[in-house]
Design a binder for this molecule. Sequence first.
Ligand code: PGA
Length: 255
Amino acid sequence: MRRILVAGNWKMNKTPAETEGFIEAFLPTIAGLGRVEIAIFPPFTSLDRAGRLLEGTTIRLGGQDLHFETSGAYTGAISASMLVACGCRYVLVGHSERRRLFGDDDRIVRLKLEAALSSGLFPILCVGEGTEERRRGDSEGVVTDQLSSALDALDPERIVIAYEPIWAIGTGQTATPQIAEGMASAIRGWVSSRFGGEAGGRVRSLYGGSVNPDNAGAIMGEPDIDGVLVGGASLDPAKFASIVRSGVSVGGRDV
Ligand code: PGA
């Protein structure tokens, strides 16, 4: 069974006090919605407080990034074990903003993925093409290149793949459900050919890029899409809860 995952990437938003306000407002709105997995990704400075507040709830916590070394002289960096100690289960790896603004190239993405896995975290590997690559018709090539350079082995229970076309992130220009499904199915096909049909059938594949309460249902209704990675709309507890409810009606997929 591939369970639907609704993940909220807060990026550089919310202080610890604002994080607490979000969680207090959000929890009652999703009470009893057990069929969907929910995860939030607050900034590092809010993780400890969020981890304490979410203890005993079904909501998972994740980090937005990590460093690949375990400790040492890396000013400003956060290790996998620090995330684990704050209660994180997930970590985003290779988000396009990290690749574009912070120089995370394929080698670094791979090292981060390995560091996450060896510390027991569940990485969400983000892949996606830019506007120009899409215009040239290279979308699938870019995505499969990113997958091959990041993944040596794939345990479908441990790694989630998120297709996030860069042209759709923060632009209000969502990929149509057909475009999102086309890439999700290509990703599944790539995983099957590389790691076997069972892995291809079991790996969870998310879509991200301008997901909101109005389009989330149609996107998650597509057969190869197992959830969404939401940026802007995840900052508002009511909007995020509405996206979660869209996921509940889809439930999950038997594989
Ligand atoms: P967005 O961001 O929903 O604000 O487009 C998505 C993401 O970057 O994960």
